[in-house]
Design a protein around this ligand. Structure first.
Ligand code: GLU
Length: 490
């Protein structure tokens, strides 16, 4: 049987990194099996629906380079793929369950339910939840209430005893006593909207879903869904609940740990290739060793049998390292296009040709040094700034007075023109000779120049940086540094 899997997000917020993992695993599983990947939008909670959230799903897919085979924008012969466009189906199936005696209409008002709840809390009742008051209404009682114009909800008749189990390919058999399953949950609301459970089960069945890969937080819904499948006389799909994603403190990954939405990582300058690779290792491993996989590798190699049971830990540092590795491999054109928006956002670069030439020349220098696209601002911002804003005290190296530092900088000014007619290596030699002539330490010469020209201790190699900048800018910066040092006195 051909594999058919789905990603079924509720468009209520921005795509979470955990949601992205669910989408990717489903997508990779479909691809590795020659199956179909379906996008279904679960928007039955209309109060929480936002169109931006739907757009964010599409933007995320485009960014990581995955494309659904069936879905709202692609179409397909099992649509519509947006649940709010399938209400008549859910209503029909809920009615069918009522007719078969598997579900029943309930007319309890919210006020009554609230009273029941309060009483249960007061009595510290062992079974909490709906008291099943309408479960045994006679057809006549139902008709009377309907005649009064009351609009019922539909509730599933959960068996009062026995147990329900389902098999999870990763976790084994999950068993729940029917007493502990929600007492007769609502499957269709009085406004004709289904709840998550009904819509999810009906759609998975009608869309021919063969495997459900979803987060472990959905395990508690499992027995209820299986009861629904049985009530309809359908075969449940295969379940594979994915390992939890934790922060390093062992708590479920949340905003407290750092960024969690895909767009935050994107804005921070992560590359989609690195995110796809890293996220795919959260709870999955190919052979326990190999760490680097591109999308096409995962489309071939992903195998749910290699998922791990234990929770995955989201390590922000590791992700940054991963990103750095992908940055090193990026073609220069892509790197240029990637870093440009960050420089523009800071107002450092506009459309001037001269700036673009400088940036292109600097790319090989910064490529080795930055882990995120946004790091370009700190690492290469000095190339584009009119004024470097640094603490003048940084200009004075260990072991030199301000007067001596000024003298060093004066001498450096003399060699600057020479640097523009030689290679970077030869330029280093020019500096070495100067250091020897001055009888100073290397750092005592290089550090003041580095601060003067770049404003930071962590710039790319100094000579190469100088050679990228126009000569008169370098000279102006060194002159300014001399003035600052002179002003400081000893
Ligand atoms: N709409 C649910 C969600 O937001 C789907 C859960 C499932 O995959 O069954 O995650």
């Amino acid at each position: 049987m051909a594999v058919r899997v789905r990603y079924a997000p509720s468009p209520t917020g921005l795509q979470h990194i955990g949601g992205l993992r669910t989408a990717l695993f489903n997508y990779f599983f479909a691809r590795s099996q020659g199956g179909s990947f379906i996008l279904r939008i679960e928007d039955t909670d209309q109060t929480r629906y936002t169109p931006e959230a739907l757009q964010d799903i599409y933007d995320t897919f485009a960014w990581v380079g995955i494309q659904e085979d069936e879905g709202p924008r692609t179409g397909g012969d099992r649509g519509p793929y947006i649940q709010s466009q399938r209400l008549d189906l859910y209503q029909r199936y809920a009615r069918e369950l009522v007719e078969n005696g598997q579900a029943y209409p309930c007319f309890c008002t919210p006020e009554r339910l609230e009273k029941v709840r309060e009483q249960q809390v007061k009595d510290k009742a062992s079974v909490q939840g709906y008291d099943r008051a309408c479960r045994d209404l006679t057809p006549r009682q139902v008709q009377e209430k309907m005649n009064e114009g009351l609009k019922p909800v539909i509730r599933l008749k959960v068996p009062l005893d026995g147990e329900t189990s389902f098999h999870d390919q990763l976790l084994g058999t999950v068993v729940r006593k029917n007493q502990d399953v929600n007492p007769d949950p609502i499957i269709l609301k009085s406004d004709g909207y289904p709840t998550y459970h009904l819509a999810n089960v009906v759609d998975d069945h009608l869309m021919g879903i063969t495997h459900i890969l979803r987060a472990q937080e959905w395990i508690p819904s499992g027995p209820l869904h299986v009861l629904l499948y049985h009530a309809f006389g359908w075969e449940p799909p295969q379940y594979i609940h994915l390992p939890m994603v934790m922060g390093q403190d062992g708590q479920k990954l949340s905003k407290r740990h750092g960024s969690t939405s895909v767009i935050e990582f994107r804005n921070a300058g992560y590359l989609p290739e690195a995110i796809v690779n890293y996220v795919s290792l959260l709870g999955w491993s190919y052979d326990g060793e190999r760490e680097f996989f591109d999308r096409s590798d995962l489309e071939r190699l992903f195998d749910p049998a290699k998922l791990q049971k234990s929770p995955a830990v989201f390590d922000y540092k590791k992700l940054q390292w991963f990103n750095g590795q992908y940055m090193r491999k990026l073609p220069q054109d892509d790197l240029y296009r990637g870093v440009m928006p960050y420089l523009q956002k800071e107002g450092l670069v506009d459309t001037r040709e001269s700036q673009s030439t400088i940036l292109k020349a600097a790319l090989p220098l910064i490529q080795e040094r930055i882990n995120l696209l946004s790091d370009v601002v700190d690492t290469a911002g000095f190339l584009f700034k009119d004024d470097l804003d640094y603490d003048p005290a940084l200009l004075i190296p260990k072991g030199l007075s301000s007067g001596e530092t000024a003298q060093v900088l004066e001498k450096v000014l003399d060699i600057i023109p020479k640097l523009y007619s030689v290679s970077a290596e030869e330029g280093e030699q020019v500096f070495h000779s100067l250091v020897e002539t001055l009888g100073k330490k290397m750092g005592q010469v290089m550090m003041p120049v580095r601060i003067a020209v770049t404003g930071t201790k962590g710039s790319p190699p100094l000579v190469a940086s100088i050679q990228i900048l126009p000569q008169q800018i370098v000279e102006k910066r060194i002159q300014l540094a001399i003035e600052l040092v002179n002003k400081m006195g000893d």
